[in-house]
Design a protein around this ligand. Structure first.
Ligand code: PMP
Length: 326
């Protein structure tokens, strides 16, 4: 068997552009990327025993620093995910913020970044007894330029795979093992010539994509599935709902969504940390709108970017400043 090369080490699902970073945070220190190793005979390798987060830092050039979006909420979700799958390890916002500051200073990236804090189980098998398990923590930071699909839009296929449910592999938690379900859907979409897949839940209602929440606009109302419809408790989804309702003055309905509502929508868009606000230009064989970014999607994109890039001027409480880079 051949080994992957260093260029392959950036995980898929991370931002598109990508050179391997020089450093990573692992178990209490900034370390050279190639020194961040685990043994093959560990629970994280054998049974994907890990939980993770994906958050963004936006570079504000006037201040020479990044601002992290919803840092507290991401740490809370990491802790909640760990709690459900019983990976012990108390990560606090302060600890994560400090680690992030040290790593970003070492890397010196003066551009937008994407951050992946991950808690994983080394030894422990299926037990959660704190005395019998070893938990590890690592956190890479990647350069993360704007995804081209934010402008061009994506074409989605309704997957023949169903989103796992709360009764099996709960989508509410961001456990690495859940992503096998989403990988199946992504691979199917790719094989069929689509960019992305929309999964239905066990009840046949719209759930989410492999990495984003789904919204549609129909007759001037914005509609998105409920948190109990087999979706991740997405942080960007809530931000989008707040912006749509409060800043854009739209009616927002959070309810079960039928597949055909996507086909008949005036606009469909995806929201997520990585894809931000991404227009959907087709679902299955149905074109959406005129195939370009619709007016509600465009206004939301602007409101979201303004909020994320407000730097020291922000008033929403979304942002946490990173270190000033010299
Ligand atoms: N659903 C899934 C399955 C995801 O992986 C993500 C990305 N974290 C999202 C939705 C969007 O969540 P968030 O807005 O918190 O990034």
């Amino acid at each position: 068997m051949s080994r992957a090369t260093a260029a392959d080490t950036v995980p898929s699902g991370s931002p598109a552009a990508l050179s391997t970073p020089e450093y990573i945070w692992m178990n209490g220190a900034v370390r050279p990327w190639q020194d961040a190793n685990v043994h093959v005979w560990t629970e994280v390798v054998l049974r994907a025993a890990s939980v993770f987060e994906g958050l963004r830092g936006y570079w504000v050039p006037e201040e020479s620093r990044h601002y992290f979006v919803h840092l507290d909420e991401h740490v809370r979700r990491l802790r909640e995910s760990a709690r459900v799958v019983r990976i012990p390890g108390e990560v606090t916002t302060d600890e994560l913020h400090k680690a992030l500051g040290e790593l970003i200073t070492a890397l010196g990236y003066r551009e937008d970044v994407y951050v992946r804090p991950t808690l994983y189980l080394e030894k422990g098998r299926y037990t959660s007894k704190a005395s019998a398990v070893d938990t590890g923590f690592f956190m890479p930071v990647f350069q993360s330029p704007r995804e081209p699909s934010i402008d061009t839009g994506v074409r989605c296929q309704i997957s023949s795979w169903r989103r796992s449910g709360d009764q099996s592999a709960p989508p509410r938690v961001k456990a690495a093992a859940n992503y096998y379900n989403l990988r199946l859907a992504r691979l199917e979409a790719e094989a069929n010539g689509f960019d992305e897949s929309v999964l239905l839940n066990g009840a046949g209602k719209v759930a989410e994509t492999g990495g984003a929440s789904v919204f549609l606009v129909r007759r001037n109302t914005v509609i998105t599935p409920r948190l109990s419809d087999s979706i991740l408790e997405s942080i960007t989804r809530q931000s989008a709902i707040d912006l749509l309702a409060n800043d854009l003055g739209m009616d927002v309905e959070v309810r079960e969504v039928d597949r055909t509502e996507l086909y008949l929508a005036d606009e469909v868009f995806l929201t997520g940390t990585l894809c931000e606000i991404t227009p959907v230009v087709a679902v299955d064989q149905f074109g959406i709108g005129d195939g370009t970014t619709g007016p509600v999607t465009r206004r939301l994109q602007q409101a979201y970017y303004d909020a994320c890039r407000a730097g020291a001027n922000e008033s929403r409480g979304w942002l946490t400043a990173g270190p000033t880079l010299g």
